[in-house]
Each structure stands twice: as structure tokens, then as C-alpha cells.
Design a protein around this ligand. Sequence first.
Ligand SMILES: *[C@@H]1O[C@H](CO)[C@@H](O)[C@H](O)[C@H]1NC(C)=O
Ligand SMILES: *[C@@H]1O[C@H](CO)[C@@H](O)[C@H](O)[C@H]1NC(C)=O
Ligand SMILES: *[C@@H]1O[C@H](CO)[C@@H](O)[C@H](O)[C@H]1NC(C)=O
Ligand SMILES: *[C@@H]1O[C@H](CO)[C@@H](O)[C@H](O)[C@H]1NC(C)=O
Ligand SMILES: *[C@@H]1O[C@H](CO)[C@@H](O)[C@H](O)[C@H]1NC(C)=O
Ligand SMILES: *[C@@H]1O[C@H](CO)[C@@H](O)[C@H](O)[C@H]1NC(C)=O
Length: 288
Amino acid sequence: MLVTLISFVILFTYQVAAFHFLGGTITWRPENISASGNPVKIIIIQTYSWTDGRIVCTPTAIANSNLINYRTYSTLATDTLKCLSNCGSTSSGYIPPLIRPICTDQSTLVGTVVGQRSDIEWLYLNDNFTVGYTDNGWRPLPTITDATYQWCLSTNINLYLRTDGYYNTAPVATVMSPINIPQNVPQTIPIPVSDANGDNVRCRWSEGATECGLVFPTVGGGNYSLPSNITLSSDCIIVVTGDIIDNWYAITVMIAEFENRKSQFHTGNHTQVMNMTSVDSRFLDPKY
Ligand SMILES: *[C@@H]1O[C@H](CO)[C@@H](O)[C@H](O)[C@H]1NC(C)=O
Ligand SMILES: *[C@@H]1O[C@H](CO)[C@@H](O)[C@H](O)[C@H]1NC(C)=O
Ligand SMILES: *[C@@H]1O[C@H](CO)[C@@H](O)[C@H](O)[C@H]1NC(C)=O
Ligand SMILES: *[C@@H]1O[C@H](CO)[C@@H](O)[C@H](O)[C@H]1NC(C)=O
Ligand SMILES: *[C@@H]1O[C@H](CO)[C@@H](O)[C@H](O)[C@H]1NC(C)=O
Ligand SMILES: *[C@@H]1O[C@H](CO)[C@@H](O)[C@H](O)[C@H]1NC(C)=O
């Protein structure tokens, strides 16, 4: 099962954020989609959004592709994308890359800085493991009482061959946080998903620790991180009506990609058996 993680924030009105992290995505793909070698060259792409000023990217730094200036967040200098589960023989070849990204964007108006980095890994056939980045410093959410504001982004890397004989490619969701929504007006927010293999892509809420679903629970044990009026359809469309001005919410979504292999996919309390090469993705989405 391949997991791509996307985080995004929906906000109502801009206010100066007191916390530095705003979300991100981790995805991966073979450098050459037709590659058949073992080991195979895999590119891991990490994209993060930060509060402008807490993390700094000047126009010059963006033009020169400099690394982000992490200011007081000194652990960012050495933080790595760690193997979180199924580590060992099923993660052979994996050398944790750094987190610290290259400056790609900055917006004073939106209050964000965006950074991205790509790293090459030589991984082996049948590797199947989860990598992730967890830390503190998410912004406060009205529905979460955990004072450390922990976040969690993870991606499952799965190098089983597809039925067409090629390695898989994780689907990509190009949602960047935060997303600003108005109060009391229903908003339809399609999650722009794509998949290089042309597979069928479906969405559902994340569940459980390995999907990072416990940090911002969307199912089980209460809907801690969700606004009161939100739905996610399996075709990756969120419909949400923001209720309270200045509230932020986080959502975690799993994106699954279906090829010709039977597997299970559930939306709400339905479980469907479908043909799939599963790719899971997940993003979180606070609203404001
Ligand atoms: C991609 O891999 C295929 C199969 O090994 C090879 O024929 C092709 O030349 C490779 N393309 C690039 C750009 O390396
Ligand atoms: C990959 O590992 C996960 C976790 O152990 C497991 O649930 C899953 O079935 C594995 N995938 C395959 C295709 O075996
Ligand atoms: C909840 O969302 C639906 C659909 O977006 C909308 O029609 C309805 O007015 C919303 N309800 C409230 C209480 O905001
Ligand atoms: C979460 O919200 C959905 C939709 O409102 C609801 O069907 C479900 O029962 C809730 N789950 C929990 C554990 O509260
Ligand atoms: C989920 O199960 C509950 C309780 O059985 C039911 O009321 C609800 O309609 C079901 N939801 C869906 C989407 O089937
Ligand atoms: C699933 O795979 C079977 C056998 O390959 C095929 O007959 C069926 O049409 C497929 N179903 C879907 C929904 O792709």
C-alpha cells in the first residue's frame, strides 16, 4: 500500500499565526517510470508550508534555490524523514533524507512560506515501509486539546511490481495549506489528485496511527479535528461549511489508487472490494 500524505489548512480570515508549521505533502516515484532494475532509483519529494516570518524565504533565497532559513527552529537543520514502520529488510536501501527544504515560495498576504526538496534513494524490489515526519508546532485547533500541537505526515513506499511489470508511482495531490474559506457559505473543494500510472484514484478519511489518523482523528474516538459540517466523497471532493470565524481545523485524508489487484476500500461504513494497487494518501486540513 502506497501512502502519499497531503496536509492543508482551511482558514476563514488571516491572523498572525503563533505556530510555525502549516502542513505539507510527501510523495515519491521512480525517476524513470519505465525502470525495471533492482535496486531502482526513487525520488522522494517533500513539500512543506510554514508561517511566514517564523521560517524565512526571501525573494533572493527563492531565486537562488537556497535552503529555508529555519531561524529559531534549529532542529530543522538535522531532522530527517525517518522510517516509521516496517523498517529493516522491507526498507532495504533507505537512507533517511533531510527535511529542510529549498525555498520555493513566499506570500506576505497569505502569511506562508513554501519549501520543497527532492532526494534520490536506491530502493529494492518488494520494499514496503512507511516514512514520516512528526514534530510539534502545528497551530492551535479549537477541537484538539493536545498542547504540543503535534503533527504527523507519512508516506508508504511500496515497490511491488504492478501487473504491467513496472514499479508503481504514488499519486500526487497538489493541495497547499492553508485554504481560506468564508463563514456560513458551503464550499466545494476538489482535491486535485493525479496519478502517473493513470490509475483510478479515490479518497477517504485516514484511520489509525500508520495513516497518521490519530494526530488529527477524523474517525474513531470522535471527530476531534473536523469542523461540524464537512463531507469527503470518494471522488475526492470536500464540501464544507465553515461555522466559526478564525477557527482552524485539520483533516487527514487517504488517497488510494486502484489497479488490477483486489483490495478493500471503505468510505464511511461501506467496504467495497475493488481491483487495486492501493495507494494511500492522507492530508490534514485545518480551517480557520
Ligand atoms: C527508462 O527505462 C527504460 C527501461 O529500462 C529505458 O529503456 C529508458 O531508456 C529509460 N529512460 C531514461 C530516460 O533513462
Ligand atoms: C505492506 O506492509 C503492510 C504493513 O505491514 C501490510 O499491511 C501490507 O499488506 C503490505 N503490502 C503488501 C502488498 O504485502
Ligand atoms: C451544511 O452543509 C450543507 C452542504 O454544504 C449546507 O447546505 C448546509 O447549509 C450546512 N449546514 C449548516 C448548519 O451550516
Ligand atoms: C464523525 O462524523 C461523521 C459525519 O458527521 C459521523 O457519521 C460519524 O459518526 C462521526 N464519528 C464519530 C466517531 O463521532
Ligand atoms: C452508517 O451506519 C449507521 C449505523 O448503522 C447508519 O445510521 C448510517 O446511515 C450508515 N452510513 C452510511 C453512509 O451507510
Ligand atoms: C477487476 O478485475 C477483474 C479481473 O481482472 C475484471 O474482470 C473486472 O472487470 C475488474 N473490475 C474493475 C472494476 O476494474
